[in-house]
Ligand binder design. Structure first.
Ligand code: ZN
Ligand code: ZN
Length: 357
C-alpha cells in the first residue's frame, strides 16, 4: 500500500519538474511511509525512497516503512542529515511541502544543498483526501467510540455541572473505550458561550434552560472522528426549537446535495441558503465542513472558497451552525463517507433535539 502512495507522490512531484521530494509533515509522513513515529523525514527521488530517523526510531521504521530504506541520523537532527544527503544525489530541483518547513529550516537546507533549487509544492496534502477501506474503517471506529462515550455522558449533562468536568469525563471515557486520545480539545459551550463556535470547555457551570454545544472526536490507529451535538437543559422554548430545526434542515440540505462531482462550494451553498433564507446568514460564519483523516481538519473543505470537486472516498463533516451573541448557538455536525451516489453517515448518534432532565 505504501508503495502505491510513493508512486502517487512521485507522479504529482514529477509533474512539477522536481527530481526529489522532502516530506516533513507528520500526517503526510505517516500516510506515505506507514511509519507512526513522531519525528523523521522522507526523501523520495526517481530511484530511492529514504526515511531518515534518529536512533530511537530505527527499528520501528524498519518494521513499518515497507519499501523505504531507513537512514539513521547519527547525532544530527533529521533535517541536517537530509541536507547532508542532498549534494551527493545532484538534485537540481528539490520539492518540499509549502507548509512543511519553517523559515529557519528552509534557509538551512537551502544553504547546505547549495546549487539545488528549492520548490514549494502546495498540494501534497491532497494525496490524503481519498481514503481506502482500511482508513475508512478506522475513522468509523473512532466515530463509534466517540458516540458511545457521548451517550454515556448525556445523563451527566445537567444544571450545576461545570463544562470542564463534562469535557474531561468524555475524553477519559473515549480513551477507556479504546481511543488513543481525543482528536482535539473537546468543546462544551453552554448558554451564552454557545455563541462562540470554538468555545473550549470552561469553568462555567451549566444553568437550567441553556443550550449546550458539545463537539468531540476520538483518534483510532491515527485516524480522527468529529461530531457535534447540541442539547437543551429542560424543555426547549419556541426560539430554541426554531433555531435548532433550521440548523437541522440546513444540514439535511447539505447531506442531500453531497455527492461526487460537486464542488465543495456548491455543497456549502446548498446548506447555507437554507440558513440565509431564514434571515440568519450572518450568524453562520464558518465553512459547512472539512475533510477528516489523519488530521482532524484537512481537505477538501466544504466552503464558499472551495473549487475542488468532491469524490467517492472522501470523508468530510457537514456542520452548519447558527450563533447569536447573547442568546447562544446551535451546531449539528456529522461525519460522512462520500459514496458513488451520495453519502454514508459514520456518526451513529441521532440528530433529534434532546431535552435533558
Ligand atoms: Zn467538530
Ligand atoms: Zn468539524
Amino acid at each position: 500500500m505504501a508503495l502505491d502512495r510513493v508512486t502517487a507522490l512521485w507522479e504529482r512531484a514529477a509533474a512539477r519538474g522536481v527530481d526529489g521530494v522532502v516530506i516533513t509533515r507528520a500526517e503526510n509522513r505517516r500516510h506515505l511511509t506507514g511509519f507512526t513515529g513522531s519525528d523523521g523525514i522522507a526523501l523520495v527521488t526517481a530511484d530511492e525512497a529514504l526515511l531518515i530517523v534518529d536512533f530511537r526510531y530505527v527499528e520501528q521504521a524498519g518494521t513499518q516503512a515497507l519499501g523505504f530504506t531507513v537512514v539513521r541520523t547519527g547525532n544530527q537532527r533529521p533535517l541536517e542529515a537530509l541536507a547532508a544527503l542532498v549534494p551527493a544525489r545532484r538534485l537540481q530541483r528539490l520539492g518540499f511541502e509549502a507548509d512543511g518547513l519553517s523559515f529557519g529550516q528552509h534557509r538551512r537546507l537551502a544553504a547546505q544543498a547549495d546549487g539545488t533549487e528549492m520548490v514549494p509544492l502546495e498540494d501534497l496534502d491532497h494525496l490524503r483526501w481519498l481514503k481506502d477501506a482500511e482508513e475508512i474503517a478506522r475513522i468509523a471506529r473512532a466515530a463509534q467510540i466517540a458516540a458511545h462515550a457521548f451517550e454515556a455522558l448525556l445523563p451527566r449533562v445537567a444544571p450545576g455541572v461545570p463544562e470542564r468536568d463534562l469535557a474531561l469525563e468524555l475524553e477519559f471515557d473515549m480513551r477507556r473505550r479504546g481511543a488513543e486520545r481525543a482528536a482535539f480539545d473537546t468543546i462544551v459551550a453552554s448558554g451564552w458561550r454557545a455563541a462562540l463556535p470554538h468555545g473550549q470547555a470552561s469553568d462555567k457551570v451549566l444553568q437550567p434552560g441553556e443550550m449546550v454545544v458539545i463537539d468531540f472526536g476520538a483518534v483510532c490507529e491515527g485516524y480522527c472522528s468529529d461530531c457535534t451535538r447540541t442539547v437543551v437543559l429542560g424543555r426547549a422554548d419556541a426560539r430554541q426549537r426554531e433555531i435548532y430545526d433550521l440548523v437541522r434542515r440546513a444540514q439535511e440540505a447539505g447531506l442531500a446535495a453531497l455527492r461526487p462531482g460537486l464542488r465543495g462550494r456548491e455543497v456549502d451553498a446548498a446548506a447555507r441558503e437554507v440558513i440565509a433564507g431564514a434571515g440568519h446568514g450572518d450568524a453562520f460564519g464558518h465553512s459547512l465542513g472539512h475533510g477528516v483523516g489523519l488530521a482532524v481538519h484537512e481537505g477538501p473543505t466544504l466552503s464558499p472558497r472551495e473549487d475542488a470537486a468532491i469524490a467517492a472516498g472522501h470523508v468530510v463533516t457537514v456542520e452548519p451552525g447558527i450563533y447569536l451573541p447573547g442568546w447562544g448557538g446551535v451546531r449539528i455536525e456529522d461525519l460522512v463517507q462520500v459514496t458513488p451516489d451520495g453519502v454514508r453517515v459514520l456518526t451513529p448518534t441521532g440528530r433529534e433535539l434532546r431535552e435533558m432532565g
